[in-house]
Design a protein around this ligand. Structure first.
Ligand code: ADP
Ligand code: MG
Length: 693
C-alpha cells in the first residue's frame, strides 16, 4: 500500500474532525482507535426514512416512520414482572401512541419535548394510531442531518456517545479519509462479481441513497469477509496435507482382534464409516474427519474401534468429551469392552485431585498409559504424551482448529476424529468446516424407535404427570429437563430449581428424585449421575448438562420444561436420552400457550424425528446461533456476513477462493498482497497459518 495513505489511515481517532480527546477515549471502548477503524465501523442497522409520513397519512400494517415531539410519558406496572411504558408523540398533523411492554427501563429514555423518529407498523387503536415496540431515533436539537436523506445509519454505541455524534464522527472520517483505503480485490474479480469498488462501498454503506445501493455495498463487504475466510480455510487445508502422521493400518489381524471385543454386530452404516476411518488412519497424513450421526446412532463404538487401532500400533489415544459425566461414561464403556485386554486407560478431568493428576501425567509422558479419556483437562499445557497417535473429540464443535494445533507434536500430528450428533447444516459442512472430511452414520441400530413426542398444553399437564408416574411404577426412570435460570434474570421463566421444588412436593412426591446442574461441583455431579444410573434415584431433574451422550437404558420418559429456551437441535439431543434400551421412549414438552412464535418450532420438533432435518430447520429459523457460529469453530466472529442469509455468496466465495489458492498458493502475486495481509491479520493466529507459502 502507498505508505502515506497507510499512515493517514492510522491517524488516531482523536484527530478526526468532530471527535476530540474525550470522545476518542470513549471510542476506544468500541475498539475504534484510528481513522480507518471509524471507516470500517459499519452501521448495525438503518432507519429507512423513505417511509416517513405525517401521522394522519399513516396506513395500517405497513412499516412507516413518523417524526414528532414527545408530549407525554407514562409507565404502569401490573402484576409480577409485567409493565407498560407509553409515550404520546405529536407532529403537525396529529398524535400517535408508542408502547413498550415489559421494558420498564424505557421509561427513563424519554422526556417531554424531545424530538424522535419512530418506526414500526402502526395499528389503529380506538381513535389513535399506535406503534408497539417501535425503533426509536432520538434527534438532537435542531438536527438536520436527516434532511434529504432516505436512510439513516444506526451504529453500535457506548455510554456517553449518542447516535447523533457517532454519525457525525463517522461522516467526518469518511469525508477526510474515505479515499485512502486501497482496493483489496484484483480488478478481474471486482468485474466478475460486479462488486462495488472499496471506496465507493465505504461511502455507500454509511450513507446509502436507498435500499438498493445499500445492498450493493453490503454485498461487497460480505463477499470480502467470506472470501478472506475461505482463503484462510483453503490455505489451511493445503498446509494440513504437509503434516506427517503415523500410518496406522487396521490389518486383518488387528481388525479381527477388535471385533472379538464388540458386544453387538455393527450396523451397515457403522461398517462403512469404520472403513473410511481405517483408510484415513492407514495413511501417513493426519486424518481430519468429522463423524456425524443422529443421537443413538452408535458413534461411541466407532470411536473405540479407531482408538483400539491406534493402541494396537503402540500409539496413545485421547478421547475428549464435553463433560466429565460423559468422559466417565465412556470410560465405563471402555472398561466393559476391555475386560479381557491389557489396554491401560485413565480419566483426566477437572475433578481429578492434584496428586492423582501429577501421577497420571507422569504415566502419560512415559507411555505407561494407552488411552486417556477426559474433558478439556486433556489439552492443558502440562499434559505431555509419549506418542499420541489419535485424538477423538466427542460432541464438541468448540474444539476448534486452535485446540487441534495444541495437540500437535513437534515431528508429527495425531489423527483427528471429531464426532457430533448435531448434524452440521450442509452449507456449513461445505464451507466453515471445509477443512474436515465428513462421515455420516445414516441409520440407527436395529430395533431402535423414534421417541414419541407430545406437546403438553397447560390443561393436559396433570394427565402427563400421571403418565410419567405410571412409567415409574413400571420400573422405568425419568428425566425432567429445565433451564438453569439466573436469579438475576427478571423474566419469569421456569428454572431447574423451581421445577425440583415443585415436583418433589407435588406430582412426583412419591418418588426418589435427584438434582443435576452445572453449578454443582464435579463430585456432586458425578454422584447425582451415578445414583441415577444405579437406579438409586428414579427421576433426574436436570439442566442441559445431560444434553449430550448420557446413556441410561432404563430411562424411558422425559419431560422438558421451558422448552422455548432451547434450540431444536438441542431439544432433539435431550430426547435422545430416552428410548435407548428395549423400552419405547416418550418425551413431553410443556408448552406455554402465550409463546406463539416458539409454538411453531415446538410443533416441528414434535412432528419431525430426523435430527438432520431439525438441525437444518433450526438453522433456517435461528441462523447458525451458538452452535455453529465461527467462534465455536475457534475463529473470530464474522462482522457483516451471516452464514445463513448469505450462503449463496458463501459458496461463490469458496469456489473463487479455492481457484485463487490453486493458482497462487502463497498469495505471492502483487495483486493478492492485500488479500493476503487481511487474511493473516484476521485468521493467521486462529488457524495457525504461520507464514503462508
Ligand atoms: P451416540 O451416537 O448417540 O453417541 P452411542 O454410541 O451412545 O450413540 O450408542 C447408543 C446406544 O446404542 C448405546 O447403548 C450402544 O451400546 C448401542 N449400540 C451402538 N451400536 C449398536 C449396534 N450396532 N447394535 C446395537 N446396539 C448398538
Ligand atoms: Mg455419544
Amino acid at each position: 500500500m502507498d505508505a502515506t495513505a497507510k499512515q493517514l489511515l492510522n491517524t488516531p481517532a482523536e484527530k478526526v474532525r468532530n471527535v476530540g480527546r474525550q470522545r476518542a477515549e470513549l471510542l476506544q471502548k468500541l475498539g475504534l482507535r484510528t481513522a480507518s477503524s471509524l471507516l470500517f465501523n459499519f452501521p448495525r442497522d438503518y432507519l429507512d426514512l423513505s417511509h416517513e409520513r405525517p401521522i394522519v397519512e399513516l396506513e395500517d400494517g405497513e412499516q412507516q416512520t413518523v417524526r414528532g415531539m414527545v408530549t407525554q410519558v407514562a409507565a404502569t406496572s401490573h402484576g409480577f414482572g409485567k409493565s407498560r411504558v407509553s409515550i404520546l408523540l405529536r407532529d403537525s398533523s396529529g398524535y400517535l401512541r408508542a408502547i413498550w411492554y415489559n421494558q420498564p427501563f424505557m421509561r427513563n429514555k424519554f422526556n417531554e419535548g424531545q424530538m424522535l423518529l419512530l418506526s414500526a407498523k402502526p395499528k389503529m387503536r380506538g381513535m389513535m394510531w399506535e406503534m408497539s415496540h417501535p425503533q426509536v431515533t432520538w434527534l438532537a436539537e435542531e438536527e438536520s442531518q436527516s434532511e434529504g436523506r432516505k436512510m439513516l445509519p444506526i451504529y453500535s454505541l457506548t455510554e456517553g456517545i449518542s447516535q447523533y455524534h457517532m454519525r457525525r464522527m463517522v461522516e467526518s472520517a469518511v469525508d477526510e479519509f474515505g479515499d485512502y483505503p486501497e482496493e483489496v480485490f484484483p480488478e478481474a474479480l471486482l468485474k466478475q462479481y460486479d462488486l462495488l469498488p472499496l471506496t465507493t462501498a465505504i461511502r455507500t454503506i454509511h450513507w446509502p441513497e436507498d435500499k438498493e445501493t445499500l445492498s450493493d455495498a453490503r454485498r461487497r463487504f460480505i463477499f470480502q469477509e467470506l472470501f478472506v475466510l475461505q482463503l484462510a480455510l483453503s490455505i489451511r487445508r493445503g498446509q494440513q496435507q504437509d503434516y506427517q502422521a503415523p500410518a496406522l493400518e487396521a490389518t486383518t489381524k488387528i481388525d479381527a482382534r477388535i471385533r472379538r471385543l464388540l458386544p453387538f454386530t455393527l450396523t451397515a452404516s457403522q461398517e462403512a464409516v469404520i472403513q473410511q476411518i481405517a483408510a484415513d488412519m492407514a495413511l501417513d497424513r493426519p486424518m481430519n474427519r468429522l463423524l456425524q450421526g443422529d443421537v443413538g446412532s452408535g458413534k461411541t463404538i466407532v470411536a473405540l474401534y479407531a482408538i483400539l487401532v491406534a493402541v494396537a500400533h503402540g500409539k496413545q489415544a485421547a478421547l475428549m468429551a464435553p463433560t466429565e459425566i460423559l468422559a466417565r461414561q465412556h470410560a465405563d464403556t471402555l472398561a466393559h469392552l476391555l475386560e479381557a485386554s491389557r489396554v491401560r486407560y485413565i480419566v483426566l478431568a477437572g475433578g481429578t485431585s492434584k496428586r492423582e493428576r501429577t501421577e497420571m501425567l507422569e504415566k502419560l509422558a512415559s507411555g505407561e498409559i494407552d488411552v486417556v479419556l477426559g474433558t478439556h483437562a486433556i489439552i492443558q499445557d502440562d499434559v505431555r504424551f509419549h506418542d499420541l497417535g489419535l485424538v477423538v473429540v466427542d460432541e464438541q464443535h468448540k474444539f476448534g482448529v486452535r485446540q487441534r494445533a495444541a495437540l500437535r507434536q513437534t515431528d508429527h500430528s495425531p489423527h483427528y476424529l471429531v464426532m457430533t450428533a448435531t448434524p452440521i447444516p450442509r452449507t456449513l459442512t461445505m464451507t466453515l468446516f471445509g477443512d474436515l472430511d465428513i462421515s455420516t452414520l445414516s441409520e440407527l441400530p436395529e430395533g431402535r424407535q423414534a421417541v414419541n413426542t407430545y406437546l403438553v398444553e397447560p390443561d393436559k399437564q396433570e394427565r402427563w404427570w400421571k403418565f410419567v408416574r405410571d412409567r415409574l411404577h413400571e420400573g422405568r426412570q425419568a428425566y425432567v429437563v429445565a433451564p438453569l435460570v439466573d436469579e438475576s434474570e427478571t423474566v419469569s421463566a421456569p428454572s431447574v430449581a423451581a421445577a425440583f421444588e415443585q415436583l418433589t412436593n407435588g406430582e412426583l412426591e412419591a418418588f426418589r428424585t435427584g438434582l443435576l446442574h452445572g453449578r454443582m461441583s464435579a463430585a456432586e455431579k458425578q454422584q447425582a449421575m451415578e445414583d441415577f444410573r444405579e437406579g438409586e434415584t428414579q427421576v433426574l431433574i436436570s439442566t442441559s448438562v445431560i444434553e449430550v451422550g448420557v446413556d441410561v437404558a432404563n430411562a424411558s420418559v422425559m419431560t422438558i420444561v421451558g422448552a422455548e429456551r432451547f434450540g431444536l437441535a438441542q431439544l432433539h439431543q435431550f430426547r435422545g436420552r430416552v428410548g435407548r434400551g428395549n423400552h419405547p421412549g416418550f418425551c413431553g414438552v410443556m408448552v406455554d400457550t402465550d409463546g406463539e412464535r416458539s409454538h411453531e418450532r415446538l410443533e416441528a420438533f414434535a412432528k419431525l424425528t430426523d435430527g438432520f432435518r431439525l438441525a437444518e430447520l433450526d438453522f433456517e429459523m435461528r441462523g447458525p446461533g451458538d452452535l455453529f457460529g465461527t467462534q465455536q469453530h475457534g475463529l473470530p466472529p464474522l462482522r457483516i456476513a451471516d452464514l445463513q442469509q448469505d450462503r449463496a455468496l458463501l459458496e461463490e466465495a469458496r469456489r473463487e477462493a479455492q481457484l485463487l489458492v490453486a493458482a497462487d498458493p502463497g498469495l505471492k502475486h502483487a495483486d493478492h498482497s492485500r488479500l493476503r495481509s487481511q487474511m493473516l491479520t484476521r485468521y493467521g493466529e486462529a488457524l495457525g497459518l504461520g507464514d503462508v507459502g
